[in-house]
Design a protein around this ligand. Structure first.
Ligand code: SR1
Length: 397
């Protein structure tokens, strides 16, 4: 029986996802296929279509016209599916080893069909189980260094960069970050979500004028600095990992933003995991932060010296200045993300999953203090190694 294929947007069903993969010739005719919706993110439907004999799978991802985490009352552009597939393709041109292969995308149906990564685990889940993923930071550092350098004014033709930046203008998704990461948690806003027991700590944040000024400066950077094509939502739930492999997914928040943003979000989510662990098990997370920065700075600097297109590139001190500001910004962005994941919308399981209520509240109080210290003291840190002592002071204070 012929199957009809929608040409105007409608949410896919499991049968619809199977039909699509067959129509695209991704499975041979007659393959016994099964499909399940496996999306556990905040925004999209994710179908896994599997050949029941070989167990080989394909992922069909579809954007919903609203934010799943909130419901239909929060409409959200479908254009984010095009941003996501184009970002995956752009990243793949520099670091194919770190992103899933895209087989097909359809703008009007907001669909991306891509490689199944089920042999890997979402890094957040693994880290919560106590895994350490020895190559995670090596891979993330390389991913960020290469994608940011090659899409920046230092790594590509500066006219083409402007055109690329235009194709990644992403106002709706940027607004989510502007609101949820940089604004709402620092005001008494209805999107915030925290336990009554934290009210005093949260109100202290809202009344902290020094903090408010620094967050405003960081938000301004996010709003205005178009250094490079960044992922825009690089938390540990956007990373599939194993001991050998790392794949970065879900770049629907991608846009031209500040160099330090992805690094900061990654740092923050490692720190949130560290806050959920006993002290003796925290070191691998700090080591990942050190390594991410070291790898990023080393590769970025090598590319700067060997592939730079900007006439000022060899000017004494310019690379150091770029790295210095990227570092400080990353620490500040990390502070905002730590606070946001604790009291704002879209928490993390690292903290919310702590079963004992008193321990959970304590970890969240530490997170608020840590976030604040990262933001206020970002310019005093001279290396990632010092994050350990900042963390210890916060937790012991
Ligand atoms: C309404 S979207 C909430 C969050 O989910 C995404 O993964 C981003 O982190 C966003 O802030």
């Amino acid at each position: 029986m012929p199957v009809s294929h929608p040409t105007v947007y409608e949410p896919l069903t499991e049968q619809g996802a199977i039909s699509l993969t067959v129509r695209l010739g991704l499975f041979p005719e007659g393959t016994p296929l099964a499909c399940r919706e496996i999306g556990d993110g905040n925004l999209n439907l994710v179908f896994r279509v599997v050949d029941q004999q070989t167990k080989k799978g394909i992922i069909v991802k579809q954007a919903l016209p609203y934010a799943k985490v909130v419901g239909e009352s929060w409409p959200l552009t479908l254009k984010r599916a095009v941003i996501e597939s184009n970002a995956l393709r752009t990243f793949a041109s520099y670091v194919p080893q770190y992103v899933p292969k895209v087989y097909y995308s359809d703008e009007s149906l907001a669909i991306t069909v891509m490689e199944d990564l089920s042999h890997l685990q979402i890094a957040r889940k693994g880290l919560i189980e106590g895994k350490t993923y020895p190559l995670l930071s090596q891979h993330i550092g390389e991913f960020i260094a290469k994608t940011s350098f090659y899409t920046s004014d230092f790594g590509m033709n500066q006219q083409e960069k402007k055109q690329l930046a235009q194709s990644f203008v992403n106002p709706e998704l940027c607004k989510i970050t502007e609101d949820l990461v940089f604004t709402d948690p620092f005001f008494n806003h209805e999107t915030n979500n925290f336990e009554d027991e934290l009210r005093d700590d949260v109100e202290a944040l809202w009344n902290d004028d020094k903090l408010r000024l620094e967050v405003a400066k960081l938000k301004r950077k996010f709003l205005t600095e178009g250094d490079a094509l960044i992922h825009g939502d690089l938390h540990t739930g956007s990373i599939f990992a194993s001991d050998e492999e790392t794949k970065i997914i879900d770049p629907e928040f991608a846009f031209y933003g500040p160099f330090g943003f992805d690094i900061g979000q990654f740092f923050a989510n490692l720190l949130l995991n560290a806050l959920s662990r006993p002290e003796q098990q925290q070191e691998p997370l700090f080591a990942h932060i050190d390594k991410t920065w070291d790898v990023f700075a080393t590769i970025f600097s090598d590319l700067w010296r060997t592939h730079n297109v900007e006439p000022y590139a060899k000017t004494e001190g310019l690379l150091e200045d770029v790295l210095h500001h990227t570092f400080i910004d990353a620490i500040g962005f990390a502070g905002c993300e730590v606070i946001r994941r604790t009291i704002g919308l879209a928490h993390v399981a690292d903290l919310d999953g702590i079963e004992d209520k008193e321990e959970r509240l304590q970890a969240k109080r530490y997170a608020l203090r840590l976030g604040r210290s990262l933001i206020l003291q970002r310019e005093t840190l001279s290396s990632t190694k010092e994050i350990r002592s900042l963390f210890a002071q916060t937790v012991l204070a």
